[in-house]
Design a protein around this ligand. Structure first.
Ligand code: ADP
Ligand code: MG
Length: 269
């Protein structure tokens, strides 16, 4: 079953107008792009900074309207849907950002942050919502003791756990992670990847995982799409990506991945 599909998707920004405009150029952030995601698939999305990954994520989530082309969720074309009609689909797709803290309301406690989507969608009453928040905290490896804490009091890893908890509070089908663990150290990053794996089993999630880390793609993703200047230049299954990279850009990208084993360093073509 196809969960999400982008057809001929484009997004153009600019040129800016007015006296204080700094950008006089048109930017084709996403350029006639096609993409499809099966239910249960973990799709890695890689590509250099500025190639349009975050823009694509916002288009797929319906947070921005494309300049042309369309996005289908379970075969429903929601490109022209009203905000009100979008709500149904929004609850099924959520995002996790690189810096969760900056996406939280600083005046909110952990309970309010994770409870916000539940309030928005009027899920249950105050009591059942609190129970759901605690249940969700436990899903991400925290517990009810965190309810009254403020996110700035927590560690970077815990903040990302809260970001993930907020994303799964409504029990979505798809989570788009936009370089979610780039600012965490290696050990924490591994713990967070394990958490995403557990959540997938527990909740039956699909992921689009935007990252610079090709080793994550190899271990976590079923497939990988390589993006370059607003286009997807290559899509491969995860096991294959390291072995056969057709597009020259992919090969360059692979060659730039740090090799963990010192004995193998410098040996890759
Ligand atoms: N809201 C915006 N207004 C103008 N230009 C934008 C906007 N968002 C992104 N861009 C431009 O679109 C291109 C792609 O950006 P982005 O999607 O953030 O890339 P990535 O996430 O791969 O780093 C960049 O050139 C960026 O400057
Ligand atoms: Mg980005």
């Amino acid at each position: 079953m196809e969960l999400l599909k982008a057809i001929d998707l484009s997004k153009t920004y600019g040129p800016e107008r007015g006296w204080f405009a700094t950008n006089n150029n048109k930017v084709n952030a996403v350029n006639n792009l096609a993409l499809s995601l099966e239910q249960g698939e973990n799709l890695g999305l890689v590509g250099e900074s500025g190639c349009g990954k975050s823009t694509l994520a916002r288009l797929l989530m319906g947070l921005e309207k494309p300049s042309s082309g369309k996005v289908l969720y379970r075969n429903m074309d929601f490109t022209d849907w009203s905000q009100r009609r979008m709500r149904m689909i929004r609850s099924k797709m959520q995002m996790v950002f690189q810096n969760s803290l900056s996406s939280f309301n600083p005046l909110f406690t952990v309970e309010q942050i994770i409870g916000e989507p539940l309030r928005n969608y009027r899920a249950g009453n105050a009591e059942t919502r609190r129970a759901k928040v605690v249940e969700t905290l436990e899903l991400v490896g925290l517990n009810g003791r965190y309810l009254r804490r403020y996110p700035h009091e927590l560690s970077g890893g815990q903040q990302q756990r809260i970001g993930i908890a907020r994303a799964v509070a409504l029990r979505p089908e798809l989570i788009i992670c936009d370089e979610p663990f780039s600012s965490l150290d290696v050990t924490l990053r591994k713990q967070m990847m394990d958490l995403l794996r557990e959540l997938k089993l527990e909740l039956g999630l699909s992921y689009i995982f935007i990252t610079h880390d090709l080793s994550v793609v190899n271990r976590f993703c079923d497939s990988v799409a390589v993006m370059y200047q607003g286009e997807i230049v290559e899509k491969q299954t995860g096991a294959n990506i390291m072995k056969q990279a057709d597009h020259p850009y992919t090969r360059k990208l692979l060659a730039s991945v740090p090799v963990q084993d010192p004995l193998l360093r410098g040996k890759r073509a």
